[in-house]
Each structure stands twice: as C-alpha cells, then as structure tokens.
Design a protein around this ligand. Structure first.
Ligand SMILES: [Zn+2]
Length: 67
C-alpha cells in the first residue's frame, strides 16, 4: 500500500510503501535527507493497524454489495 508520512525533521511528505516499511526499510526525505523507518518494536503495531484497515475495507465492500 502506498502512502506518505511527514518528515519528522522538516514536515515534508515522504512517499512510502507500507509493505517495504514493515520489512524494515528506511525512507529518505527528498527535502532534508533525513531517513525515517520503523524501529523493530513498532512493526507489530503498524502491521496490526494495517490489518484492521484491510478488514474495514472488506466490510465496506460487503456493505456496498448488499445495498
Ligand atoms: Zn525532511
């Protein structure tokens, strides 16, 4: 899933790929060069949040089909 997160240093939106982020890759800010990434401890949290988001999307789709 493609998304963007604000740079912690300058606030510029950094385009990221969540799958890649969860694998431990870091992304660089195109403006100031700061790198952002997840520490190992926060990966399960983000993964869980993304799963919840997927479930929500599926439920929304079901709702549309039924009505
Ligand atoms: Zn930056």
């Amino acid at each position: 899933m493609k998304t963007a997160i604000p740079c912690p240093n300058c606030g510029t939106e950094i385009p990221i790929e969540t799958d890649t982020l969860l694998k431990g890759s870091r992304f660089c800010c195109g403006h100031c060069g700061a790198s952002v990434g997840l520490c190992a401890g926060s990966r399960p949290v983000v993964s869980k949040a993304l799963n919840a988001f997927d479930t929500l999307k599926r439920q929304t789709r079901q709702y549309r089909t039924e009505h």
